[in-house]
Design a protein around this ligand. Structure first.
Ligand code: SDX
Length: 426
């Protein structure tokens, strides 16, 4: 479909332009709807509304397709590294060897965080959730790194600082929460190996870098790196539209990702599977509850706003579960339970009717558990993976000629005009 569409309102005909994407997705451009007709469009949750044109990630929900800058995520998961994929998302092309080396050196140079930040961490109550800490500390980075004069220089150094320091900040919150000595990044370790070392190295038991786990972590973060206009990415774009600094916009994205309907689902899946296990492994009861409209329970890790087919990322992570557990010689009963639950759900008419399949979060907690990541840090792991996507989307938004302050309208359904009621009349 090309050209225009016509709408008739009170006998008047209006023409609105049609926009067609690379893969044939089609939209009605309502940018002038209110100006032309006095009407607005209403779309709670924006399920039918595109917020922007983007050249970063393509998803086909019906076919279960996911591509970063045109490259299928399956190929990147198999051949790329998280840093290389981050470069691709942010710069639009795969880096040369020289460019990749340059980025690795920059990440090394900027991997430390200001020593004063440790005081911040130590003053969070012990039980603080790592996502709340990460969101606060990323926002605090602006205080330690004031804005540079040239916007180009400011953006490049901020992007480097965020991508490099987020690992250090995440590992630091884990170590301090356990009362352990903070482990510093090492210049001789790759991006993912450094993170695992900062998390698990201790003075009494040096961490033994397992290259299979480093590869699994690269793949895990590649699969989480971007996902077009999801809730947290939209938060980054919306907050960024006010022209606030990137640290603050990313901090908003972390907060949005925390919710159990979004990135917090990976933690919620493990909690759900553990409850089912404690209930004697009765996954049929969980399926029955998920179908019961009177029960607010949802099968966590199932369903998706866009995918109405198997999430391609879940397929890869499911396979990764078997590989990592085999390598570590771990038998996790929750993996067996997850597979039984998936098999039963995919045969159930309700899940078939609603096109509910496992999403990225259904198996990811199993892999993270096997790596030794504590459950309350699962969403932090998602945030580290999604950071390059948030940055790429923010950069695209500030370079977009159509970019302006995001400010949706509403339909008011409250009281009509009435006078102020004095206290003695209430
Ligand atoms: C992520 O957007 C992204 O790209 C996100 C993400 C990314 O990479 O950024 O992919 C990451 O957030 C994955 C999703 C993780 N969340 C969960 O696993 C939580 C469980 N899933 C659901 O809450 C739900 O599927 C959502 C929130 C993910 C999507 O829901 P929608 O698109 O808003 O659909 P809906 O809530 O309107 O549900 C439609 C129907 C409803 O039934 P009716 O009220 O119409 O009768 O499907 C039912 C829902 O009750 N339904 C479920 C269900 N998911 C939807 N019923 C039971 N269990 C579920 N999991």
């Amino acid at each position: 479909m090309t050209g225009n569409v016509k709408i008739v309102i009170n006998g008047d005909t209006y023409e609105l332009p049609v926009v067609v994407g690379t893969e044939g997705e089609t939209a009605i451009d309502i940018g002038r709807l209110r100006q032309m007709t006095g009407l607005i469009a209403l779309d709670p949750g924006y399920a039918n509304t595109g917020s922007c044109k983007s050249s970063i990630t393509f998803m086909d929900g019906e076919k279960g397709i996911l591509r970063y800058r045109g490259i299928p995520v399956e190929e990147l998961a198999e051949h790329s590294s998280f840093i290389e994929t981050s470069y691709l998302l942010i710069n639009g092309v795969l880096p040369t060897k020289e460019q990749l080396n340059q980025v690795s050196m920059l990440f090394n140079d900027h991997s430390l965080v200001h020593e004063d930040m440790q005081i911040f961490y130590q003053n969070f109550p012990r039980g603080s959730h790592p996502m709340g800490i990460l969101s606060s500390m990323v926002n605090a980075l602006r205080s330690f790194y004031p804005e540079l004069q040239t916007i180009e220089e400011e953006i490049n150094i901020t992007v480097t600082r965020l991508l490099s320091k987020v690992r250090t900040m995440a590992a630091m919150s884990y170590k301090i929460s356990r009362g352990h000595k903070v482990v510093y990044p090492r210049p001789d370790l790759s991006y993912c190996a450094n993170f695992l070392n900062m998390m698990f190295d201790t003075p009494v038991r040096p961490y033994d870098i397992d290259e299979d786990l480093v590869k699994a972590l690269n793949t895990f973060w590649i699969l989480h790196a971007d996902h077009e206009q999801n809730c947290s990415t939209s938060a980054v774009r919306l907050v960024g539209s006010g022209r606030v600094n990137l640290y603050a916009a990313i901090s908003a994205g972390i907060a949005a990702l925390w919710g159990p309907l979004h990135g917090g689902a990976n933690q919620a899946v493990i909690e759900m599977l553990s409850e089912i296990q404690e209930d004697g492994g009765n996954y049929q009861r969980a399926i029955a509850r998920a179908k019961d409209k009177k029960d607010p329970f949802r099968l966590m890790g199932f369903g998706h706003r866009v995918y109405k087919a198997y999430d391609p990322r879940a397929k890869i992570i499911k396979k990764m579960c078997d590989q990592v557990l085999l390598k570590l010689k771990i038998a996790d009963p929750l993996l067996d339970l997850a597979k039984e639950l998936e098999e039963a759900a995919l045969k159930d008419d309700y899940f078939i009717e609603y096109n509910l399949y496992p999403n990225v979060d259904f198996y990811s907690g199993i892999v993270l558990r096997a790596m030794g990541i504590p459950t309350n840090m699962f969403t932090v792991m998602f945030a580290i993976g999604r950071l390059p996507g948030w940055i790429a989307q923010w950069k695209e938004s500030i370079d977009d000629p159509d970019w302006k302050l995001s400010r949706p309208r509403q339909i008011y359904t409250g009281s009509g005009k009435k006078r102020y009621t004095p206290m003695d009349e209430r």
